[in-house]
Ligand binder design. Sequence first.
Ligand code: NDP
Length: 257
Amino acid sequence: MFAEKLKLDGKVAVVTGGGKGIGLSCVQALAEFGARVIIADISPEIAADGQRRMKEAGHDVDIRELDVTKPDDVEALAAELNESYGKVDILVANAGIARSGVAAEDTTDEHWLNVNDVNYNGVFWCNRAFARHMLKGGGGAIVNIGSMSGLISNRPQKQTYYNAAKAGVHQMTSSLAAEWADRGVRVNAVAPTYIETEMTSYRHDNAGMIDVWLRDTPMHRMGQTHEIASVVHFLASDASSLMTGATVVADGGFTCW
Ligand code: NDP
């Protein structure tokens, strides 16, 4: 009974920004449990590379080009995938950018708008577009990738634009969950700590930064992408059938201190 709840056979899943990093691990986790997965990434090259890596791991996944900041494109993709696959059961709204390290007083309009466009607006466009079909069909599960940065203020790097956007994702998750709970669409979020991906590679260019991060983390280590993908899989599966509106923190204890 319990193992059955984790299976995703017959499900169709979309992962935005799924060509690499946390997104690609989510693709692998969902595919391993039986879902048909579509990588929707802004870069066709990164999407194709992710598809190749999944093939090597034994999974056939499909790819689409998508810029989550373009609501018309998001709507069109949701319609096309529902037409092509008959439904989309799972959305992982993962696409995000950081552009960390700029003080609030030095943040340009372009910088603020760009980070919020991808990390905040883009999450809403995707939730709205895919939920429209889920609400009409057989329901669904949405997992938004937030961040512990939506709960704390990072140090030493400054990134108010990012932290504010991620806090917005957590609140958006809760509000959408409340609107859709009685119509079969669950919406949850994951708030990761620092994960070893290209997004956090700037740590190598900033002497002492990693020492601060690890000192502030009770587990004294960064996370791996698979450790987030496991949580995403749980939230996408029937194993979390009573959960909606939650932001699950996966942070090595960072927010304990
Ligand atoms: P990566 O940079 O490794 O991967 C992000 C992917 O999203 C890339 O393929 C990127 O393409 C794509 N992408 C960027 N912009 C868009 C867009 N407008 N539309 C569609 N796809 C886009 O990042 P991570 O895997 O590290 O991060 C994934 C998510 O996890 C993000 O939301 C991030 O904020 C969040 N997160 C990450 C943490 C970390 O420490 N790494 C910690 C907490 C949260 P391209 O490379 O071409 O830009």
